[in-house]
Structures are given as structure tokens and as C-alpha cells.
Design a protein around this ligand. Structure first.
Ligand code: FNR
Length: 331
């Protein structure tokens, strides 16, 4: 069995935060505030916008064959450790487009991308009441979505037209401090809640995608952390061969990861993911452009993958992987 390496605290990558803006308007104050928040984010967080403008209305009939925009949105959320909503208030609630995005992310039933995901809310209005209604309507949905949302500090930003200058920077020191303090508190919140208790399989699957990407870049440790150390364990490779037994499987992964070089790309397209008690699986595609050591050109790979996990030693552990070449084009 390859020895487990102690994690290097200095090598901890930043937590990824999806920034979801509730307004679609080009000159949106909410988006300007979101940009200012990103500027003031501590380095332990890496923020990126996840867009909702192209999603189309949620319709349950489309769940078996979801539009590409829904899959893109769900995948981007799944790849994030946390989500920060920056939203205006429409008629004392959240904009319909934002509610629609929440509905899309929450389905199909049992596969919500939001389950267990740490969240934050900043509400923005050019008026005086701080869009309190939107802020709290959003919090109401988090109860059902099982999202731990930061309680303090609260952020109800009124008079939005006068908060930032023409370059999007806070006009006053007080605003800069408020926004910076909010993001510092949010970074702590994400750290504290990210791995709370029994990690939901949905939350784990977001991590699985990042681990697969690291593997394709030649990084062995992230996968090693989630490999089972108990039998039964199996691995069926696209080449048709494989390994059986936890020790042999771990050695096989260790050998395979050595063939990959950095700067590869990888994406999991999850068709189905389910957990029941201490067992879970996902099935779908792994789309990659992997760089093999000693080769200049990246190799496009599209694999049909099924993986099975057991909950062991406080976490989901990979017990079975079956991967075969797929003709499916990357979607
Ligand atoms: C609003 N606006 C608004 N403002 C508010 O503080 N409370 C409210 O209930 C509403 N309701 C409302 C409904 C609709 C349909 C619109 C279009 C607007 C005004 C809103 O705060 C203002 O247009 C902001 O500029 C919208 O945010 P963005 O687009 O600047 O981020």
C-alpha cells in the first residue's frame, strides 16, 4: 500500500466561490458590488461569476434531457465550494430569474447542487431599505435546500448608486471596510462549514470533480485521500485491464497518475448520482484533454464512467471505478 502523505497546509488551494448575481441588467448595481467584493476577497477564496441569464424557465419535463445551459450551471455550482448571492430586490422578494436558477440547481430530486453548500447573501438597492425582503426571501429557500448561510455580518446595501466610483471602487473607506470585512467573515464561514459533519454525497461530488482534474494533471494526493483502504475494491480501466483489492487498486492509480503532466483539463458530466446509507454512486462521462509526459499535444479523452463509494473513516471513499472509451462528444 502506498504510504499516505501528510497534507501540506501551505499547498491548500483556495476554496472556490460561485458568485451568483440576481440582476441581468448590464449596468446592474448588484454586479458592480459583486465585483467590488471580489476585489476585496482574501486569498483563501477564489471567486468566479456563475451566470443565470441563459437558463430558460425551469420545467420538470426537461429533467430527463436537460438543456445545455442547465447542465453548465449545475456543473459550475458542483465545482464550487460555496456560493455568494448578490441580488437586488424585486417587489419585496428576489428576482424571478434568481428563483428560477435556484429551482434548476435544486433538481432533479435528490441531486441538488446546493445541498450542504455554504452560502452568503448581499442584497443591493438604490433605495433605502437595503433590499431586506430579497435578502430574507433567499434565506427562506436555503432552509429547504439545506444550505448553511452566514448569519453575521448581514449585508443590506442601500443607496447603491452612491457606493462605488466610476471605476467600481468603494467611494468611502467605510464602504471598503464593510465589504472587506464581509468577505473576510465569509472566508471563515466557508472554512468552518465546508466539511461540517457527514459530508453529503452531493457536496462530495463537487470535490470529486476537482480531484479528477488534479489526477489528470499528475497530482496523486487528492485521489489518494479518497481511496478506500478496505476490500472489496475494484478498478476497470478503459484499456480493458484492471486491478482488484484495495492495495492493488491504490498501486494502479499511483502508476497511472505518473503518466500525466500538468495543464490538462478535465470535466465530469454527471448523468446520475445517488447516495443511500453508506453507499453511493455516480455515472456519466469524464471529458478530458490530458497531457501525457513527453508528449506535446494534449490527448482528448471521453470516458463513460461509473464509480461506487462507501462511507468509511468519516468520508466517502472510492471503492469501484469502471471506465471505458466513449464515442460521446464533449457536451
Ligand atoms: C424594483 N426595484 C425595487 N427596489 C427595492 O428596493 N425594492 C423593491 O421591492 C423593488 N422592486 C422592483 C421590482 C422590479 C420589477 C424592478 C425592475 C425594480 C428597484 C431596483 O432596486 C432597482 O431597479 C435596482 O437598480 C435593480 O438592481 P440592479 O439591476 O441595479 O442590480
Amino acid at each position: 500500500m502506498p504510504p499516505r502523505k501528510a497534507p501540506d497546509p501551505n499547498a491548500t488551494p483556495p476554496r472556490t466561490v460561485a458568485i451568483v448575481v440576481g440582476s441581468l441588467r448590464e449596468g446592474s448595481y448588484s454586479r458592480q458590488v459583486a465585483r467590488a467584493l471580489i476585489d476585496l476577497t482574501p486569498p483563501t477564496l477564489a471567486c468566479r461569476f456563475v451566470e443565470i441569464g441563459d437558463l430558460g424557465l425551469y420545467n420538470q419535463d426537461l429533467d430527463p434531457k436537460p438543456p445545455a445551459s442547465w447542465t453548465r450551471f449545475r456543473d459550475e455550482l458542483r465545482a464550487s465550494d460555496a456560493v455568494l448571492f448578490v441580488t437586488p430586490e424585486y417587489n419585496r422578494s428576489i428576482p424571478g430569474g434568481l428563483k428560477n436558477a435556484l429551482d434548476i440547481g435544486s433538481r432533479p430530486e435528490g441531486e441538488s447542487v446546493f445541498d450542504g453548500m455554504p452560502a452568503g447573501v448581499v442584497s443591493v438597492t438604490p433605495y433605502k431599505l437595503g433590499a431586506f425582503g430579497a435578502n430574507h426571501a433567499l434565506r427562506q429557500t436555503f432552509v429547504f435546500l439545506n444550505m448553511p448561510v452566514m448569519q453575521q455580518p448581514e449585508a443590506y446595501l442601500g443607496d447603491a448608486a452612491n457606493l462605488l466610483d466610476g471605476a467600481g471602487k468603494p467611494k468611502s473607506k467605510e464602504t471598503a471596510k464593510f465589504l472587506g470585512d464581509f468577505m473576510a467573515a465569509f472566508a471563515k464561514w466557508v472554512d468552518a462549514t465546508r466539511d461540517l459533519g457527514h459530508e453529503s454525497f452531493t457536496a462530495f461530488m463537487r470535490r470529486r470533480a476537482a480531484i479528477a482534474a488534479a489526477f489528470v494533471n499528475g497530482e496523486a494526493e487528492p485521489l489518494d485521500e479518497i481511496l478506500t483502504r478496505s476490500d472489496p475494491a475494484t478498478f476497470f480501466a478503459p484499456s480493458g485491464d484492471g486491478a482488484e483489492g484495495a492495495e492493488a487498486v491504490a498501486e494502479r492509480y499511483d502508476a497511472d497518475v505518473r503518466s500525466f503532466a500538468p495543464k490538462g483539463e478535465n470535466r465530469l458530466e454527471v448523468l446520475q448520482a445517488r447516495a443511500s446509507g453508506d453507499l453511493a454512486f455516480w455515472t456519466g462521462y469524464q471529458h478530458a484533454r490530458a497531457r501525457l509526459k513527453g508528449k506535446d499535444e494534449p490527448i482528448p479523452m471521453s470516458l463513460r464512467v461509473t464509480e461506487v463509494f462507501r462511507f468509511e473513516e468519516g468520508g466517502w471513499k472510492l471503492a469501484h471505478r469502471h471506465a471505458e472509451q466513449s464515442g460521446a462528444p464533449p457536451s
